[in-house]
Design a binder for this molecule. Sequence first.
Ligand SMILES: Cc1cc2nc3c(=O)[nH]c(=O)nc-3n(C[C@H](O)[C@H](O)[C@H](O)COP(=O)(O)OP(=O)(O)OC[C@H]3O[C@@H](n4cnc5c(N)ncnc54)[C@H](O)[C@@H]3O)c2cc1C
Length: 485
Amino acid sequence: MDRIGYDCLVIGAGVVGSLIARALSRYRLRVLLLDKASDVGEGTTKANTAIVHAGYDAKPGSLKAKLNVAGNRLFDQLCTELDVEFDRCGTYVVGLSPEDWATLQELHQRGLDNGVTGLSLLDANEMRRREPAITDKTVGALHAATGGIVDPFGLCIGAAESAVLNGVELALETEVTDLLREGKRIVGVVTNRGEFRSRWVILAAGLWADDLLHKAGMDGFHITPRKGEYFVLDKVAADLVHHVLFPCPTPISKGILVTRTIHGNVMLGPNATDTPSKEDLSTTATGLNEVMAGALRLVSALDPRTVIRTFAGLRATGSTGDFLIEIPQGLSGLLVLAGIESPGLTAAPAIAEYIVEMLREAGLHLVERPDYNPLRVGIPRFSRLSRTEQEALIAQDPRYAHVVCRCETVNEGEIVAACHAPIPARTYDALKRRTRVGTGRCQGAFDTPLVIQIMARELGLSPLEVTKKGGRSRFLLRETKEVGT
Ligand SMILES: Cc1cc2nc3c(=O)[nH]c(=O)nc-3n(C[C@H](O)[C@H](O)[C@H](O)COP(=O)(O)OP(=O)(O)OC[C@H]3O[C@@H](n4cnc5c(N)ncnc54)[C@H](O)[C@@H]3O)c2cc1C
């Protein structure tokens, strides 16, 4: 890393920062992407509902509305280029009372105002035909054919890897503690690893954006962390839910939904509770009870005994109600993104394009690189391959025949590939997000010791040094007997 001169320095390797870095890597620029965490996508990007929203929800004329609809349209091409799982399966807002029917009509109109295509209102019979387990209280639904589900970790990792393959420098475990200022210009950042200078500093720090804004002397914008809690159900529940099922929205959230995930589970949540802490990802009995009650209102046959995991995410709810994306007046060299709450995942690809255009307009000279390659290939997803493809892979490398995680049928070959990817999985959680190891019914109960042993071997670490998510999150305190392979 060069501490002297970058053209652009992006703070935050969440889905937004990673896609911005990738969009910039198309040009002859020196770009540095920084994150304080041990992996990309460790912030809000790792814990959300993973819906690619159609765009009927946001207020017409807002940046949220504009960038949601534009972002949604980019997903097919982007996910193909980045080898990321995405299913434009359509979403439904389900009405449960006559008053809800009026809300569905309002949402329909708002969607039309926002330029959303593929919207239709369905009566109760049609909704039941499409989703037989839906509550018999339904009065109808708003169907959004352009809505979908995506692998949010995969998208972030894919974007960051594509950026790195196209020349972006990535610095993890690098925390920005201050901004370097010369008069009315931001000229770089101060981090725990020293100072980095850059012509442009792009602030994409999610929940922490306001803290960094305050360091730049901008005090007017505040982020309130708003927690959302979830259940993940075992794949045995998958037969019950085929689509994304929202209730009618509340004033502060899109409501507690029931959805299938891109990986074939069923997910319930989130609720919405303001919290003072930007680090508090705990789940609570009260919150989870609220989530289960909300989900059962939509699909009463859900069985709480099929829950395999709970988790929580924190929305970066901004004080203006809209995304804040601007070059602050009177301060050059800084481009701010703040309050990027939902639909931030959906909007992220359009946000990245928007940022490039803002920088161009602000005078950044953008010359396309002839060797830019938009394609990135992820590690093999063995269980998704055809029999012939699987046999070919095993013939190349017999470790693809050694199943390590039985629930998700992840094999040693995939773990090895993830440990040597362009952005290697250096922690257990990073490996989990890349391979799905430990995400199934047993939640790693059977395979974690073997996974640690393989990771240690591949990363040249002692098993004692393998952590869950960096820092002091070690699994083992002392040597244990070797696990048989
Ligand atoms: C409960 C919930 C449900 C949601 N559901 C959806 C959905 O279904 N669809 C949708 O479109 N959107 C959804 N969202 C919103 C979406 O997840 C976010 O908008 C998106 O992930 C934001 O990405 P980001 O890159 O801005 O932030 P983050 O992913 O939080 O990334 C910011 C990064 O900045 C880093 N960072 C912060 N401070 C510093 C510092 N000082 N130095 C270095 N690095 C720093 C962090 O480590 C982090 O990695 C949901 C959000 C939540 C919480």
